[in-house]
Design a protein around this ligand. Structure first.
Ligand code: NDP
Length: 259
């Protein structure tokens, strides 16, 4: 019985095995969980983040379980580094099937605190980082005549939340550029997915510099957040659909999340 269930699961995830998936923000949270799940389904994962020791350790863990993984230290705000990341994936494995533009941060604060460095950071990582990922992977996918961009927005890419104006602006923008990308890459047989998670338990709230806002947000999120592999399953679903099915948008929340 157990074996037949396992066989069904493997058969159902047949479109993940063998794919080369580049994941930004793979050193923690959603990216890390996705790397683990996709590699367990037979994907080759290329792990990108600035904390090199973390992605190296994750790559070793995956290889130790018989998977294929490559860690490439990358700052997504640096366009040349993101190009090197994708070029390295293609040089090593021959192609790039999925570009998961996931790296991001959410230092919540009201505008009148004038935390302009944090505004710049969010625009550089959450928005320009995604554009850098598109710029790096698109030429390869055009040449392959196949590929899949998965960009990470948020529930805050659909609605405004307290102290989240700039964060929301970046996540609304990710949805806008994902839809534009979807329309433009039709001639190249490229798929595009934007995933908008609700509260998921990760390190995201650690970067809120205002202690009161951080404590309040943690108090709310800790009660309802779902684990990071929830997101990983959404990614796996979108990748696993047959090549002629383009899953364009996924919005999910914890069942207990009211807003
Ligand atoms: P984490 O803080 O756990 O992970 C963020 C990841 O982004 C880390 O791997 C970090 O790696 C990476 N990162 C940040 N800045 C850079 C940079 N300049 N260059 C490369 N990598 C960078 O948070 P999550 O996993 O939750 O966040 C992942 C994405 O999910 C983000 O885009 C976030 O906005 C989005 N999201 C998360 C939700 C949640 O509830 N958790 C809800 C909705 C959306 P390193 O520091 O090593 O570089």
């Amino acid at each position: 019985m157990q074996q037949s269930i396992k066989r069904i699961l493997i058969m159902n995830n047949q479109n993940i095995a063998g794919k080369v998936v580049v994941i930004t923000g793979a050193s923690s949270g959603l990216g890390e969980a996705t790397a683990r799940l996709l590699s367990s389904e037979g994907a080759t994962v290329v792990l990108a983040a600035r904390r090199t020791e973390r992605i190296n350790a994750l790559a070793e863990e995956i290889k130790g379980k018989g998977g294929q993984a490559l860690a490439v230290s990358t700052d997504v705000t640096n366009r040349a580094q993101v190009k090197e990341l994708v070029d390295k994936a293609v040089a090593t494995y021959g192609r790039v099937d999925v570009m998961l533009n996931n790296a991001g941060l959410m230092p919540l604060a009201p505008l009148d605190q004038l935390k302009t460095d944090e505004w710049d950071q969010m625009i550089d990582v959450n928005l320009k980082g995604v554009l850098n990922g598109i710029a790096a992977a698109l030429p390869h996918m055009q040449a392959q005549k196949s590929g899949h961009f998965i960009n990470v927005s948020s529930v805050y890419g659909h609605k405004l939340g307290p102290d989240a104006t700039v964060y929301c602006a970046t996540k609304f923008a990710v949805r806008a550029l994902s839809e534009g990308l979807r329309q433009e890459v039709k001639p190249y047989n490229i798929r595009t997915t934007v995933i908008s998670p609700g509260a998921v338990a990760t390190e995201l709230l650690e970067h809120i510099s205002d202690e009161k806002i951080q404590a309040e947000t943690k108090g709310f999120v800790d009660q309802i957040a779902v684990p990071a592999d929830t997101f990983a399953r959404m990614v796996a679903f979108a990748i696993n659909e047959p090549a002629n099915v383009d899953v364009n948008e996924i919005l999910f929340r914890p069942t207990a999340q009211p807003v």
